[in-house]
Write a protein that binds this ligand. Structure first.
Ligand code: BGP
Length: 468
């Protein structure tokens, strides 16, 4: 059969986008939601959030989900990922389930399915219930058990219809943001705590996978990792290459290896041992992690990490840090997103997929986030009130070409989700950077309008590919 388009994707390729509960739903206090650490932190320090916009309103998906699902359909979604807010379903983190949350997620899931959109559900997207955060959050081993109970509750309630589950979104983020670089609560700088938090997240993931497989619900369970391929300044300089290997171990393999291979990378374990920073663990944990690896890997890709051998003096103020082993490198001439300040390097997505194919058993995977944030996007509104985001179309297309190439060479990549469906609230950045296929006008009660990229996506989804 002759090809329909120049870049034709395999039959059944998943087209869609990703979001999360805390970034889209809004809080709706009187419907029984408990505080997550974001609700708490916003009340404590609203000035930490862009324009002082907090998580209480976000994009009102709780009220508008039916309209939004029609918009997903209109923009060609065959699949959509969001997350179940732990503090909505189990307001205190442990204990009673909130019946209004059950009703909401049931309706949301059912409506997606009725409209031909397969729901992908994630369990943890940075949103620790505050009642558990007060007891240490992921630092406290008891949180692992609380999380597994939450996970099982979700599988029991929704697992008859949801067939794609994910244990975490970007588990490195709570580690780096909360315990190294101070952009998420609890704003610590402490590598020992960071390592413990990451370890507990991994243990929780393996235990949730074990529980899911034991329930035999006939679906698959995976994890979503943000992978930042680490490139050395000079590939022929062994010190630069070593710096890139260490950065990769800290920020990628720390979660990728245990999730897919069931083992932590030896290089990282040795390094942490040397500085007496191994986490507290029990021998049997390692068996659980070994035996319960993922069925499916979600890959978030935004930008690469470029490093060089350490040249600046080590800063001892806060004890050991990953940056003791490498310096960041700004490659001259690199292509930048002018509206968000991140590097754009499309080939990175190909390098990740090739790495997964060659070194991780070619596990079934998909691109679970990729996208272009734009500050001040309203400047691109045309006279019809639509945002003409040709830059986003180019961004997605240029990445998809590399995804296509990787698949042609044998990568087991099953789909592409853009971040995000409609503009949403993004943690400290609130509504600063807009990412959606659909705009949300906060001044007009969250009015939605499909952007040019949304119409374009509908076309590529229906053709299962595109021409250059
Ligand atoms: C990803 C997260 C998302 C979202 C996105 C955009 O790492 O998974 O939750 O926040 O980044 O981030 P920002 O709005 O800060 O540009």
């Amino acid at each position: 059969m002759s090809q329909l388009t120049e870049y034709q994707f395999p039959k059944g390729f998943w087209w869609g986008s990703a979001a999360s509960g805390p970034q889209t739903e809004g809080r709706i206090e009187n419907d029984g939601k408990g505080d997550s650490m974001w609700d708490y932190w916003y009340k404590e320090a609203p000035e930490k959030f862009f324009n002082q916009v907090g998580p209480e309103k976000t994009s009102q998906v709780y009220q508008k989900y039916q309209e939004d699902i029609q918009l997903m359909k209109a923009t060609g979604h065959t699949t959509f990922r969001t997350s179940i807010q732990w503090s909505r379903l189990i307001p205190d983190g442990v204990g009673a389930v909130n019946p209004k949350a059950v009703a909401f997620y049931n309706d949301y899931i059912d409506d997606m399915i009725a409209n031909g959109i397969e729901p992908f559900m994630n369990l943890y997207h940075f949103d620790m219930p505050m009642a558990l955060q007060e007891k240490g959050g992921w630092l406290n081993r008891e949180t692992v058990d609380a999380y597994v109970t939450f996970a099982k509750t979700c599988f029991e309630l929704f697992g008859d219809r949801v067939k794609k589950w994910f244990t975490h979104n970007e588990p490195i983020v709570p580690v780096e943001a909360g315990y190294l670089y101070q952009f998420h609560y609890p704003l610590e700088i402490n590598l020992k705590h960071a390592v413990q938090v990451g370890y507990h997240e991994m243990l929780a993931s393996a235990k949730a996978i074990a529980a899911y497989h034991g329930m035999k619900l006939g679906g698959e369970i995976g994890i979503i990792l943000n992978l930042t391929p680490s490139y050395p300044r000079d590939e022929t300089n062994p010190a630069d290459v070593k710096a890139a290997v260490i950065a990769d171990a800290f920020f990628n393999r720390s979660f990728l290896d245990p999730s897919v291979k069931g083992e932590f990378p030896v290089e990282l374990v040795e390094l942490l041992k040397e500085i007496d920073h191994l986490p507290v663990y029990e021998e049997e944990d390692l068996v659980i992690i070994k035996e319960n690896t993922v069925d499916l890997l979600g890959i978030n890709y935004y930008q690469p990490r470029r490093v060089k051998a350490k040249e600046t003096p080590i800063d001892h103020t806060n004890g050991p840090m990953p940056e003791d082993y490498f310096d960041t490198y700004e490659m001259p001439g690199r292509k930048m997103n002018p509206y968000r300040g991140w590097e754009i390097y499309e080939k990175g997505i190909y390098d990740i997929l090739t790495n997964v194919r060659e070194n991780y058993g070619n596990i079934r995977c998909y691109i679970s986030e990729n996208g272009m944030g734009v500050e001040g996007e309203e400047r691109f509104i045309n006279e019809k009130g639509e945002i003409e985001d040709d830059y986003r179309i180019d961004f997605v297309k240029d990445h998809l070409k590399y995804v296509h190439q990787a698949i042609t060479e044998g990568a087991n990549c099953q789909g592409y989700h853009m971040w995000t469906c409609m503009d949403n609230w993004s943690w400290n950045n609130a509504y600063k950077n807009r990412y959606g296929f659909i705009s949300v006008n906060l001044a007009e009660d969250g009015k939605r309008t499909i952007k040019k990229s949304g119409h374009w996506f509908k076309q590529i989804s229906s053709q299962n590919g595109f021409n250059d």
